[in-house]
Design a protein around this ligand. Structure first.
Ligand SMILES: Nc1ncnc2c1ncn2[C@@H]1O[C@H](COP(=O)(O)OP(=O)(O)O)[C@@H](O)[C@H]1O
Ligand SMILES: [Mg+2]
Length: 185
């Protein structure tokens, strides 16, 4: 893909806290703000299981499409990591096995792996989840929140860096790569 097709690449912003070609693994329960945060990056960087379920079924919530959505994600991840394209993996990644698979994939291609931790308070996640059209069962949100790793655990698992976004994420209609300041990255 050409740079033009991909949109402006935030070279300076990237250098600020992760290397180009990195795999960014977002970690957080539903409603913790992952997708909102990911929206600051060019669309081609973002790999999202919900979106692939939606592509397959017209419903991002259709769990019956998980296997195929995972296969699509694997193909896209593989293609991007092989080419050294920075990639943002927008899924809960609460299960250690899910993170281990992503980490192994980055390592196979010699790419840095960065965890981005969304330890948003449970009350906030629940409230946001309630406000959604497509709500995840509240117990799922609670269980995932209870199983959220901390920074130390993510480093022990082998992530090169753990990023902890500030609560005030940039608005989705104000992408960081279109702004002068890169502070929000
Ligand atoms: N930093 C934030 N400040 C205020 N509202 C936010 C913030 N991040 C996310 N939201 C809101 O919370 C809801 C869930 O966010 P989302 O990014 O979809 O979470 P996730 O992808 O982790 O499920 C959305 O309605 C979004 O607008
Ligand atoms: Mg999301």
């Amino acid at each position: 893909m050409t740079r033009e097709a991909q949109g402006p690449v935030p070279e300076a912003a990237v250098a600020a806290w992760f290397a180009q070609g990195s795999l960014l693994v977002l970690v957080g329960p539903p409603g913790s703000g992952k997708t909102t945060w990911a929206a600051q990056f060019p669309p081609t960087w973002r790999v999202c299981l919900d979106a692939y379920r939606g592509l397959l079924t017209d419903s991002e919530a259709d769990q019956g499409a998980n296997e195929e959505a995972l296969a699509i994600r694997a193909l896209v991840l593989e293609g991007r990591l092989r080419r050294g394209r920075t990639t943002v993996c927008d899924s809960t990644s609460i299960e250690p096995a899910a993170r281990a698979g992503l980490l192994a994939r980055a390592r196979r291609h010699g790419r840095p792996a960065v965890a981005v931790l969304f330890d948003t308070p449970l009350t906030v996640c629940e409230a946001r989840n309630d406000a959604r059209e497509r709500t995840v069962p509240v117990q799922v949100v609670r269980d995932m929140h209870a199983n959220l790793p901390d920074v130390e655990q993510l480093l022990r698992e082998g992530f090169d860096t753990v990023h902890h976004p500030q609560p005030a994420a940039p608005a989705p209609d104000e992408p960081a790569w279109a702004r002068d300041s890169t502070d929000a990255l």
